[in-house]
Write a protein that binds this ligand. Structure first.
Ligand code: RIB
Ligand code: CA
Length: 328
């Protein structure tokens, strides 16, 4: 049965791949996309969302711009990773006929009050924190909240201990995790412990291009910069595509597993943005998060390629030989 979902994102290269996947999945009804400042300033991320919707021929999906800055901290983009245009310096033209609105938080509140709906958050949690501040009842109506962010045992990517989405707005992340504790629900943390296993390699990209030159060519266009960044930054041949895993997991829970825990987010000092996961129950507090720790990259890429190409996953027999095995 199709599940209603709002995708809150900061496109962003891997956000764009996640949007392509979400819009290709018959299990999901993407009722809207909200944009938050993160990888790109919010106006740039909104325009990039339009470019992806244009490519996917889905300009029917409503898009709402949200927070222009984190709750308290200075806004810090990640254009060094995602390129000057936030889309791998593909410099795609703005999508004709794309008419985004503002008011992301109002859209979230209205939709969550109207019908059963979940949120997949792929950027900093600023919009979700503002939703909680503005309308706690609507926030509590979220069927599920799945967030790409944080890390348990994996090292950070913005500091030794912090992952970008939660480092960029630690106050927003902390408020959302506190809110989940208050309403007695659990946020699903799709953190670096699992997303670091999702490496798009040159071989996988070549395979995608062979299978479908148009889709493969588009993915290559927006990821080339990201490949170069990963080589410079980590001497990695490939690029970690974090966000699509959150979408894939939402549709198929067998893709990852993990454990329930009480989690807090550090909001100042040396460990700003760190997710402090109480895996041993030191605080004796009820779990407010499901922390994912294991995934299967072969199954992920088989699903990812199968859906964005609209092809039978059984035909993608090369993938097991092309997926990178070792964890970063
Ligand atoms: O740390 C990775 C996350 O931060 C991804 O969502 C990426 O798009 C950036 O938003
Ligand atoms: Ca993102």
């Amino acid at each position: 049965m199709k599940r209603n979902v709002i995708i809150d994102c900061d496109p962003g290269i891997d956000d764009s791949l996640a949007l392509m996947l979400a819009l290709s999945m018959e299990e999901l009804n993407v009722v809207g996309i909200t944009v938050v400042c993160g990888n790109s300033p919010v106006h740039m991320g909104t325009g990039n969302t339009g470019k992806i919707l244009r490519f996917m021929n889905r300009l029917d999906v409503p898009v709402f711009a949200g927070a222009e800055a984190p709750l308290k901290r200075e806004f810090a983009d990640a254009l060094d990773t995602h390129g000057r245009d936030g889309l791998g310096e593909s410099f795609l033209p703005e999508a004709e006929g794309f008419c985004p609105k503002t008011g992301a938080v109002d859209f979230l509140a209205k939709t969550l009050r109207e019908k059963p709906c979940s949120v997949i958050a792929l950027g900093p949690l600023t919009n979700l924190a503002l939703l909680y501040e503005q309308d706690q009842e609507a926030f509590g109506q979220m069927e599920e909240l799945v967030s790409m962010g944080g890390n348990f045992r994996s090292h950070g990517n913005c500091s030794p201990v912090a992952e970008y989405n939660y480092w960029a707005d630690p106050d927003g992340a902390a408020k959302v995790y506190q809110a989940m504790e208050e309403i007695g629900k659990k946020i699903t943390m799709v953190g670096l412990d699992v997303t670091r296993e999702i490496v798009l390699t040159p071989d996988l990209l070549a395979y995608l291009r062979r299978l479908n030159p148009e889709v493969g060519g588009f993915v290559e266009k927006i990821t080339k910069f990201y490949f170069d960044f990963h080589w410079r930054q980590e001497h990695l041949i490939g690029c970690v595509i974090n966000d699509p895993l959150a979408v894939a997991y939402f549709a198929d829970r067998s893709l990852c597993d993990g454990f329930d825990a009480y989690t807090q987010v550090a909001t100042d000092g040396l460990s700003t943005g760190q997710t402090v996961v109480d895996s041993m129950g030191f605080y004796g507090k009820r779990a407010n998060s499901l922390v994912l720790t294991r995934t299967d990259p072969v199954r992920f890429f088989t699903m990812f390629f199968g859906r964005i190409l609209g092809t039978d996953e059984k035909s993608l027999d090369l993938i097991p030989r092309l997926v990178r095995r070792e964890t970063l």
